[in-house]
Ligand binder design. Sequence first.
Ligand code: G6P
Length: 608
Amino acid sequence: MCGIMGYAGHRQAAPILLEALKKLEYRGYDSAGMAVIDRGAIQVRKTRGRLQLLANMTADGRDMPGSMGIGHTRWATHGEPSDRNSHPHLSHNGHFAVVHNGIIENYRPLKEMLILKGYVFRSDTDSEVISNLIEFYDQGDLVKTLMTAAQHLEGSYALGVLSVDEPDVIAAIRKDSPLIVGRGEKENYIVSDIPAILNLTREVYLLEDGEVALLTPESIVFHNAYGDRFEKEPFHVDWDVSAAEKGGYEHFMMKEMMEQPAALRETIRPRIKDGRFILDDLKLDPDWIRHISMVYIVACGSAYHAGRLGKNLLESKLGIPVEVDIASEFRYRRPILKPDHLVIIISQSGETADSIAALREAKAHGVRTLAIVNVVGSTIAREADYTLYTWAGPEIAVATTKGYTSQIAALVLVTMYLAQETGKMSDEELGEAQEMLLRLPEVTEGVLSDHREVQRLASLFFNCKDIYFVGRGIDFSLSLEGSLKLKEISYIHSEAQAAGELKHGTISLIQPGTLVIALVTQKRLREKMQSNIQEVKARGAVVIAITLQGDEDIKHVVDHSLPIPYLSDELQPVIAILLLQLFAYYVAALNGNDVDKPRNLAKSVTVE
Ligand code: G6P
């Protein structure tokens, strides 16, 4: 994953690099480093551990003179987190310094070839082959050198490169890993993600695969994949800078949970006009919509969990079969793809490597693709045939919250729109769905405004060893997300089970005192859930139930209940998950964990 920042200007580079890297730390945080050019020489400082260590080592960057520099924050793939595996990596003769985000899949043969040519390697990373390969192909022209080296690289990369021979230039190239170029006042930047430079500029260029950018303080020159210069259109970013700041909250995660009503409002409101669902941004051909015979929903992590809810929605409202796939499975399982199929890719970042690959796989089969994405201009948003944005704003905490709930809202919108266009739902049903969707932000606001009971329950159970989540139907998909949220930030072992499946294995793990969180938000399945709760209670489990307000029966069966207001079956997950997010947050915080940056994880998974 990793975060990259590069600065070409007249101010001291290192403090500016550190400032931006702080905002990129969510991409990886097991080591960090910087390289700057000063008086014709490259100086590198890097360390294992958090960015703060690098800041301490360099007096917040002041110890590194020079106004051209590149920086990196790492999420280890090849080689353990250590000082020597940290980026930047110098080439053998020290003439080039490289920061890399991605994975070089053919690094072994390249490394062997370079070793035979006398190159000495100082790290266990795949990335170090890049700096050495650049040196190997050095032909005195940075663009040509970089392109030649890149031709030999297989895998994914976003690169920032410094060269002692061209001390006023930073070079950048990318393939399948994100890289943005920013234009400032007498200074320019490269960066992995836009929010990190919003305090510096709002004029950005989205570098495409194979393109090279050369940055000096005064200029940005782009070369296309053939090496020819060309002009690129900048893109103006009009987001609020505060959206990427903590704004008084202790953690981004809490801030982002509290932003959910606004994110939902922004995602839903513009899409409902005059009693109709209007998805202008999609421009789907109504004739073709009527002929869709099958839908695949493909995603990773929480987005996959949102996709599972999408399956319930689309199947029940449209009567079309829907398959939901984890992107890393989909891309290799040779799914049956036909021209009247629709592939929906869901991704908050729009940069998840497996989701990008799945999208490309679908496109290669000539299948139409629709992306539900949060980050504007991201790879998936650009490459999909149709893109529906969730307007959740920048999400920084590694554990997604507002990204996930706005994905569900987007899936409801897509479902309703398709049902409207194909006449599968009556005007009355559509009108009711609109009313509920429009009420959703306000209802979530209500739930978030008083969560003392969740906090109290977290304080009772924060030192549990195992926690099980159970539900049926939509509530099972929600259980998966609740369990993921908990385990990723609290480090407590957790599993989610379809409640009816408990008796086929997992119930053997239930002992007196085991905590089970039962989701009972689907009216249709309530009785069945009640029986499953009795089954675990009979084995001594302590049960917390998320129930619908007024469901007194369930309340009396369980140990603790968290009632939520009822809107509609399809929107209950958005309301219920708020409590599970808060529970995970408080459990993690009470365990003293770094809530925003849980161990071993990263927000944007740009490697396979
Ligand atoms: C990472 C994040 C998750 C996210 C998943 C998919 O694992 O920590 O929160 O759900 O990637 O990311 P995407 O950006 O494609 O939604």
